[in-house]
Design a protein around this ligand. Sequence first.
Ligand code: ZN
Length: 235
Amino acid sequence: RPVERQEGKFIVVLDPGHGGIDGGATGQKGTQEKEVVLIFAKMLEEKLEATGAYDVQLTREDDTFLSLRDRLNFNRRLQSDLFISIHADSLRQKFVRGSTIYTLSKRASDQLSASLAESENSVDLIAGLALEEETEVVNDILVDLTTRETIRFSRKFSDILLDNLRNQINLIKNPQRSASFGVLKAPEVPSVLLELGYLSNVEDEKLLSSVAWKDKAAQVVSEAVINFFKYRTNK
Ligand code: ZN
């Protein structure tokens, strides 16, 4: 499906994690990650579209399964200007809570991020798909200059997003983390993975299931997107 770039508009891809047979995390009260992140993505889409400056595309609009490759291809085909993967995962450490912004790195920033990336990278197994062999190839691209530039922009967006989230949304300790997330590996597209919170934490589950909280969080993230493109256009 070829997509016409709309004149003067930035393309923002929102990627609600999981879907279909892959439900993602489930909270103690039964809140499902795949539902929370889809609702949030649609809220964010609406706010961004309302500005008139963005062409917002969702990797999935409903409860369907997408492989990691589907998500990456979607992103690359559009040659989007920004990619935000949205999650609300579970951690073994149930006391850990708060929003977290992940960017791509070869080596994980910490153990928690490493195991999170490992579980996210293996979602294809749930649908019976083999893990991608091309992961190695993509790893090599990491040293490529384009990718370095892309990673620089990804980190810039992470900085801007953090500035916007701070004092508005509850954050994890050390909210900027990194690991080798497969979904962030489109070499040309600045990409972050946003964990809105963790469904393994009871307090976070309360927030994640609240419409008012999601709306506020979507507002804050939309402002960060606007600020990011202000930064990019002024350079
Ligand atoms: Zn997830």
